[in-house]
Design a protein around this ligand. Structure first.
Ligand code: PHB
Length: 388
C-alpha cells in the first residue's frame, strides 16, 4: 500500500497531537544538585533516594506522570544553580524544583521561584533564613539551629563545661555557632572560642591544635558533609584531641557514606542529628532494604532521607494541586506523615519539617559496620532559627 503525502501529514499531525496530550499529563520536577567533583556524593544520594521512592510508589500521581530532570551544578555555586533553574523552568517547563545541597545554591533561585510561582523543595540546604527569601521554599531536610540547640542542651547536661565551637565559615556554620553558643550559655556552659574555618579547606590540623591548647573539654563542630567532614573528624583523632580528653560533638560529621572509612577511631563520637540509617522502624528498614536492592553497596544518609521525604511532599502537592504552584504551597502547609526517620510535619510558618532530633553515638554493628546508634530522642523539634 502506498501512502499519499497528505495521509502521511495527517498521520504525523495525529501523532503529534497524541504526543502533546501525553506531555500535558506529565509533570516535570527539576532536581538541582552536585553530580560531579569532590561533592558528587550529594547528587548520587538524592538520585538514588528518588529511585527508591519511585520504585515503591510508582511514577503516576492523580493521573499525572511524574518525570525527574537532573541538573549538575558541580558544588556550592550560586551562578550555576540560577542558570540551571532558569533552563529547567524555561526550556524544560518544570512545575516543581527540588534538590539544593548547599545553601548558596538554594538562595540563588529564590527570585526565580517567586516569578514562576514554582515550589522549590529543599532536600538539604540548612540555613534557617533561606525559607524567608521565598514563600515558594519548602524544606524536608533540617536546619542547623534545629540540631545545634538540642546538642547544646545535651552537652550542658552531660558534663561539658567549656566548649570551643569550630564551624565552616558560611551561613549554616554561623547558624550552628550562634544557636549552639546561645543555648549552651543559657544552660550554664562557657564558650571559650568561636573558630570559623574556610569552606574550601581540608587542612584542619592548625585549628585542632588551637582547640587542643584552649583548655576546652568539648569541641562542637559543623562542616558540610563530604570531604571536609571526613578530614576534620580524622584530624580530631590524629591531632590527639581524643587522647587529651576533649569530647567531640557534631552533626553530620559521622555521615554514613564515609563512616566506615574513618575506622575504629570513630567509635564513641557523639552527634545530634535527624537521621541514622539504623533508625529502628519498619519504614526505615524497608527504605534501606530497597536502596540496597536498587543500588548495591550504597548507604542511606541524611541526603537520602531529605530527598525521599521531598518526593513524598511533591507527590502530595501534585495530588492536592496538580501543577498549580501557589495552591500546592498552601496545601503543603501542615502536611504530616510517618517517614523512615520518624514522624514529620511541614511547619506552616517556617515551611521546614518539624521532626525528632536524635543523640547518637558511633558503634560497631554485629556485622562489623560502623553505625550512628540513637540513644536519646528530642521529639518534634521545629526550625528554631526562623524569625518571621
Ligand atoms: C548547606 O550548605 O546548607 C549545608 C551543606 C552541607 C551540609 C549541611 C548544610 O551537610
Amino acid at each position: 500500500m502506498k501512502l499519499s503525502k497528505l495521509t502521511l501529514c495527517l498521520m504525523a499531525s495525529a501523532f503529534s497531537i497524541t504526543g502533546a496530550a501525553a506531555r500535558a499529563d506529565t509533570i516535570k520536577v527539576g532536581v538541582i544538585a552536585t553530580f560531579s567533583g569532590p561533592n558528587a556524593i550529594w547528587g548520587k544520594q538524592f538520585r538514588e533516594a528518588i529511585d527508591v521512592y519511585v520504585a515503591q510508589h510508582g511514577d503516576e500521581v492523580a493521573g499525572h506522570k511524574v518525570e525527574f530532570v537532573y541538573k549538575d551544578v558541580g558544588g556550592p555555586n550560586a551562578d550555576a544553580s540560577k542558570a540551571a533553574a532558569q533552563e529547567l523552568l524555561v526550556r524544560e517547563g518544570v512545575k516543581y524544583l527540588a534538590g539544593f545541597d548547599f545553601t548558596p545554591n538554594a538562595v540563588a533561585v529564590a527570585p526565580l521561584t517567586k516569578q514562576a510561582k514554582v515550589p522549590a523543595v529543599i532536600f538539604n540546604a540548612a540555613t534557617s533564613s533561606i525559607n524567608k527569601q521565598s514563600e515558594f521554599f519548602l524544606r524536608t531536610s533540617f536546619t542547623l539551629t534545629q540540631i545545634a540547640q538540642p546538642a547544646a542542651e545535651w552537652a550542658a547536661k552531660n558534663g561539658s563545661k567549656k566548649v570551643v565551637s569550630a564551624v565552616s565559615d558560611y551561613n549554616p556554620g554561623i547558624d550552628a555557632e550562634t544557636a549552639f553558643s546561645a543555648s549552651f550559655e543559657r544552660n550554664g556552659g562557657t564558650v571559650l572560642e568561636k573558630i570559623r574555618m574556610p569552606l574550601q579547606t581540608n587542612d584542619f590540623a592548625p585549628f585542632l591544635q588551637r582547640i587542643k591548647s584552649s583548655g576546652a573539654d568539648t569541641v562542637f563542630t559543623f562542616l558540610p558533609v563530604g570531604p571536609a567532614t571526613f578530614a576534620f573528624t580524622k584530624a580530631y583523632n590524629e591531632n590527639g584531641l581524643r587522647a587529651a580528653g576533649i569530647s567531640f560533638l557534631g552533626g553530620g560529621e559521622t555521615d554514613e557514606t564515609t563512616l566506615n572509612a574513618l575506622g575504629d577511631q570513630a567509635i564513641g563520637l557523639v552527634t545530634a542529628y535527624h537521621y541514622s540509617d539504623v533508625h529502628d522502624s519498619p519504614l526505615n528498614h524497608s527504605f534501606v532494604k530497597k536502596l540496597q536492592e536498587l543500588h548495591p553497596g550504597s548507604r542511606a544518609n541524611m541526603a537520602s532521607i531529605g530527598a525521599y521525604d521531598g518526593v513524598e511532599l511533591i507527590y502530595r502537592m501534585i495530588k492536592a494541586a496538580g501543577s498549580d504552584g501557589a495552591k500546592a504551597i498552601e496545601a503543603a502547609k501542615g502536611m504530616e506523615w510517618e517517614s523512615p526517620r520518624g514522624p514529620v510535619k511541614m511547619d506552616p510558618v517556617t515551611r521546614t519539617v518539624v521532626q525528632n532530633v536524635y543523640l547518637r553515638r558511633v558503634e560497631k554493628d554485629a556485622d562489623g559496620k560502623l553505625v550512628n546508634r540513637e540513644f536519646a530522642t528530642v521529639p518534634n523539634v521545629p526550625d528554631l532559627g526562623f524569625n518571621p
